[in-house]
Design a protein around this ligand. Structure first.
Ligand code: FES
Length: 740
């Protein structure tokens, strides 16, 4: 039994501007100027002679495109619509009666009706897509995307002779003429909107609807070669950045398209594009002359060909979980063949570990990039994107990342049969909201009010929007403390020994948001600082992730700077640890003073660290130094507010744990010389690795429910922005201390 939806509409009044546009494509300006009166005269007749009807269904690709081998199970949305045969007879009669102008205008009015009818059907189409949990990836046009005979398969799938009274000519044209068919390719991650007709593929050369431009894209691979060109037809006036995002073409975008980070640079190869004020701020005269522009500042007004560099996302080196064995609590031990998965969703990366719940051995691990980076590198931009209508897209994106990661993890498992018992997820509060599809409105205003901070237990389908066939695991989202001190921190804190938690210790996670926790005398104080993404290379002119070629170590001697890069590859930029080392070295070489000002010789352009393979100079600029000053001042002020709140001094701190990838690779004395940490704490500081993932593993192995609930309940979250001393301390820590 086919599921065909049949819809009928009321008579449509064609929008006059659309009619004019269609009519203008085939007539002179003189004709157009006099059509208003004629339009009014023809309108009652049009209403009388049109009967909008449509049929819709969803089909597997193999049923429509029989010889096509591309993902035969993928879904297509097929539709046929018509406004009936009576209107065509009326048009013909006007023509036969010697009134070609009326015939022509009525023809334009009927076409406009048909297009308006299509618009009216969009919500019904989206409802159908939603039932299949899909969005619309693209619109397939006949005959440019698919051969004309495809229309026959669609016709049959919709039973269009019976449902709509249509017929098909030998050349696969629909009759009556004022009818059309639509085919859309569906995909889980695609946006929930119906793409408009692509004028670029239209065979009607004078149609007033011509409003698309062709975008040709080539991407640069890691080895420097280019991909073969790909052409995308897009709406005139759309932003290149949005088009790339829509078509899932990776482009680095720390600022999520705000025009401030300078990471989305592309090279225009042909086509004309102006220079925006943002371009001028980011690129040199020579680079602008070479065609370099920001993707987020390009509006596509004409056909364009661009070259896109490899996005950082494709090359990240991620700190893997270091845990290979976790002793199992007796109540957490399962029968042989039982497994649990621990996941840490970081803002930048996602780490997975598979735990054998019979032996406590970590059977596999996997790491991946968090694809939500395309919506901005920090959580604030993702909150904005979610609140601006991209909530579903973000949810699907993170769900897809997790499904892929789980798949990769299970594929590594040596066991023949796997029974997955539990999946435990630790993440910051925003990422958990995005995963759940919760509103992010509550993150925008103080006092912040997330939808929930509680532990959640979900089914696999509820969590990931997909089914699973290796067991019926519970998916557990760990509890958080506040809007910006999330479950990743609760999980991390649960990994500390009872002795550490009962003593006086600091726990610092310096990722894209600086999260701080202080234990003292059985009390727990937490805070988060808007440190910005500097520690991950964000907001730095030549900043980059920890990818091969990223400058990670710097020393400045008599001869000038020397650098070491990740994987010893030729330099391409500076990662977070390199940023801290650069500032430390500039300070000790007295190239910057305690206010952070660069020496005159470097003030304008920046201090040159190294050259890229293509001969560009990697500079560390005055603005970069300011970014570091702001980040380190926020962290230091945050630490001091926590100490003040607890009523203790730095001397009482017995241990400092630096969590996360940045902390793991950080040169701690250099970080202290920059002022991120009080110098007194250097000898007490240890890198703790990915504590969020370890905390999720502990949850699987030890059932740390009680510890986590206690941490979440006992924590006193200190809102730094509301603290009267914070600003003062922040300003006082903007300056650098003298290097001794
Ligand atoms: S994404 Fe274009 S400048 Fe940041």
């Amino acid at each position: 039994m086919k599921d065909i939806r049949i819809l009928t509409g009321k008579p449509i009044i064609p929008p006059p501007d659309t009619v004019t546009a269609l009519f203008a494509g085939t007539h002179t300006a003189l004709d157009v100027s006099g059509i208003t009166e004629l339009y009014d005269r023809l309108l009652p007749k049009l209403k009388l002679h049109t009967l909008p009807k449509a049929a819709l269904c969803i089909q597997e690709r193999k049923n429509i495109l029989h010889s096509d081998h591309y993902n035969p199970d993928a879904l297509l949305l097929c539709a046929m619509l018509t406004i009936g045969s009576s209107i065509q007879r009326l048009i013909d009669r006007y023509g036969a009666d010697g009134d070609p102008l009326a015939a022509s205008l009525l023809n334009a009015m009927a076409d406009s009706c048909l297009f308006a009818w299509e618009e009216q059907l969009h919500s019904a189409m989206l409802t159908l897509c939603r039932e299949k949990n899909c969005g619309i990836l693209r619109r397939l046009e006949l005959p440019s995307d698919l051969p004309m005979h495809t229309q026959k398969a669609v016709f049959e799938a919709l039973d269009a002779d019976r449902t709509l009274g249509l017929s098909l000519t030998e050349g696969y044209m629909l009759s009556p003429e004022k009818s059309m068919s639509l085919i859309f390719e569906l995909d889980e991650l695609a946006p929930k909107k119906v793409p408009r007709h692509d004028c670029g593929k239209c065979r009607h050369p004078r149609c007033g609807f011509h409003s698309s431009v062709n975008l040709q894209i080539e991407q640069i691979r890691t080895d420097g070669t280019h991909t073969s060109p790909r052409t995308i037809s897009c709406k005139k006036g759309s932003r290149l950045f949005d088009v790339l995002q829509e078509h899932r073409i990776p482009v680095s975008a720390d600022c999520g398209g705000a025009g401030t980070c300078g990471k989305c640079g592309v090279t225009v190869r042909s086509g004309s594009v102006g220079v925006s004020p943002e371009d001028k701020l980011i690129f040199s005269e020579a680079e602008l002359n070479q065609g370099m522009r920001l993707a987020c500042s390009i509006r596509l007004e004409d056909d364009l060909s661009v070259l896109i560099p490899q996005a950082e996302e494709t090359a990240f080196q991620i700190l893997k979980g270091r845990t290979s064995y976790v002793p199992l609590a007796e109540q957490a031990r399962y029968a042989p063949g039982s497994y649990g998965i621990a996941i840490d969703i970081g803002t930048t990366t996602i780490a997975f570990a598979l735990l054998d719940l019979h032996t406590g051995i970590c059977a596999a691990s996997h790491t991946a990039i968090n694809s939500c980076r395309a919506f901005g590198t920090d959580v604030i931009r993702r909150i904005q994107a979610s609140n601006e209508g991209k909530k579903d897209q973000l949810q699907k994106t993170i769900q897809k990342d997790l499904l892929r990661g789980i798949d990769a993890l299970l594929n590594q498992c040596p066991a023949q049969t796997i029974r997955l018992q539990k999946i435990v997820i630790a993440a910051n509060t925003v990422m958990l909201h995005l995963l759940r599809g919760y509103s992010c409105e509550g993150f925008c205003r103080y006092p912040f009010s997330p939808v929930t901070l509680e532990r959640e237990v979900l089914s696999f389908t509820e969590a990931f929007g997909a089914s699973f066939d290796a067991g019926t695991p519970d998916v557990i989202l760990l509890p958080g403390i506040s809007a910006f001190v999330g479950a990743d921190i609760t999980a991390g804190l649960s990994t500390l020994s009872t002795r550490a938690r009962n003593g006086s210790c600091l726990f610092l996670d310096l990722g894209t948001n600086g999260e701080l926790a202080l234990f003292d005398n059985h009390r727990l104080f937490t805070a988060s600082t808007a440190a910005g993404p500097v520690f991950e290379g964000g907001n730095i002119r030549w900043g980059t992730g920890s990818i091969p070629g990223a400058i990670a170590n710097v020393s400045i001697g008599e001869e000038g700077p020397s650098v070491c890069t990740v994987a010893d590859m030729p330099p391409i930029g500076i990662c977070g640890t390199g940023v801290i080392e650069t500032v430390s070295e500039l300070l000790s070489a007295e190239i910057i003073d305690k206010t952070g000002k660069l020496k005159e010789a470097y003030f304008e352009k920046g201090y040159p660290l190294a050259n890229t393979m293509s001969g560009k100079t990697i500079l560390f600029t005055q603005r970069d130094i300011r970014e570091v000053q702001m980040a380190k001042a926020a962290i230091r002020a945050g630490i001091e507010i926590l100490l003040l709140t607890a009523g203790i001094s730095c001397d009482k701190i017995e241990q400092v744990f630096l969590a996360g990838g940045f902390g793991y690779y950080l040169n701690i004395p250099k970080a202290a010389s920059v002022g991120i940490l009080p110098k007194k704490l250097v000898s007490k500081t240890t890198a703790a690795g990915n504590t969020s993932l370890t905390g999720a593993l502990f949850y699987l192995a030890k059932q740390t429910d009680a510890v986590l609930s206690e941490l979440a309940a006992d924590a006193v979250d200190v809102p730094l922005a509301a603290d009267k001393h914070f600003q003062e301390l922040y300003l006082s820590h903007m300056e650098f201390e003298k290097i001794t």
